[in-house]
Design a binder for this molecule. Structure first.
Ligand SMILES: NC(=O)c1ccc[n+]([C@@H]2O[C@H](COP(=O)([O-])OP(=O)(O)OC[C@H]3O[C@@H](n4cnc5c(N)ncnc54)[C@H](O)[C@@H]3O)[C@@H](O)[C@H]2O)c1
Length: 270
């Protein structure tokens, strides 16, 4: 993806498997990692969006392909890992980004609905790691990044299964970081705050006045701006190369200061 006069990217020669790559944060990660020289296996459910983004990456000189995979399915995940290795020979970086949010009180959930969220947000991380491990352990350095949330640390209105799942993602990331350190695998959890993606829009649209609700939420962000997928992708990049050598089994919150204090009104400085 680079001209002769450009410095090599941070991920030159690496292979990255990215779930939920066809929009939002996963799209941002795929585009940034491709610019940094990685070959990207873009994993997701929506073929048209996924193929379009992969084609754009290739047109811009990067390497990427889209593979249709429902991360709830063990067979799909296995097949996506197999296809990645068939095309690119190995996997150096595993980015577990796919996730969903569901908004309703706990007592209204059926077991199927509970499992649906937990299977996408948590069980998929177990499965992708299980099948990628034989390749990750081939390298001196390899990387797992799991997408948590500020909800990995604090509660959130009417999203009981989502917050449960994100708490679990943080714990799972620590376990992988500890248990696989001896294989040269580092695993960390990236925890975004309010980030402008289709998921955020779904969440906001559940409010009576989404625009007002969004504005009000942003007044609680000390840097006084919304975050974009690129902001989160940059942190994923940090955890996916030796810039973060020595960092494992931990997390990083990217929330513009949202969790830094109990109360904040950014508007008062306008
Ligand atoms: N946007 C935010 O404000 C925010 C905040 C905190 C954490 N996060 C986390 O970041 C990650 C990405 O979120 P986003 O905001 O980009 O969401 P998004 O809804 O915009 O994108 C989610 C991606 O996951 C994919 N996905 C969902 N279910 C899937 C399945 N069964 N199989 C395969 N792919 C599936 C979707 O197709 C999509 O590509 C999620 O794990 C989310 O919980 C987002």
């Amino acid at each position: 993806m680079k001209g002769d006069d450009v410095m090599p990217g941070k991920l030159e020669g690496k292979v990255a498997w990215v779930s939920g790559a066809n929009k939002g944060i996963g799209e941002g990660i795929s585009r940034l990692f491709a610019r940094e020289g990685a070959k990207i296996a873009m994993i997701g459910r929506t073929v048209s969006e996924g193929n379009r983004i992969a084609e754009e990456i290739v047109e811009q000189g990067g390497e990427a392909f889209f593979f249709r995979c429902d991360v709830r399915s063990e067979d799909d995940i296995k097949a996506s890992i197999k296809e990645t290795v068939k095309r690119y020979g190995t996997i150096d970086i595993l980015i577990n980004n796919a996730g969903i949010v569901d908004i309703k009180p706990l007592h209204e959930y059926t077991i199927e609905e509970w499992n649906y969220v937990m299977d996408i947000n948590v069980r998929s991380m177990f499965l992708s790691f299980k099948y990628a491990f034989p390749y990750l352990k081939e390298h001196e350095h390899s990387y797992v990044v799991n997408l948590g949330s500020i909800s990995s640390f604090v509660g959130q209105d009417t999203t009981p299964v989502y917050t449960t799942s994100k708490g679990a993602v943080l714990s799972l990331s620590k376990s992988i970081g500890l248990d696989y350190a001896r294989y040269g695998i580092r695993c960390n959890c990236v925890c975004p705050g309010i980030t402008e993606t289709p998921m955020l829009m779904k969440h906001l649209n559940s409010a009576d006045n989404p625009e007002e609700h969004y504005k009000k939420r942003l007044t609680r962000v000390p840097i006084n701006k919304q975050l974009y997928p690129e902001d989160i992708a940059k942190t994923c990049l940090y955890f996916s190369c030796e810039d973060s050598s020595g960092v494992t089994a931990t997390s990083l919150i990217i929330d513009g200061g949202y969790l830094g204090c109990a109360e904040w009104d950014a508007g008062k400085y306008e």
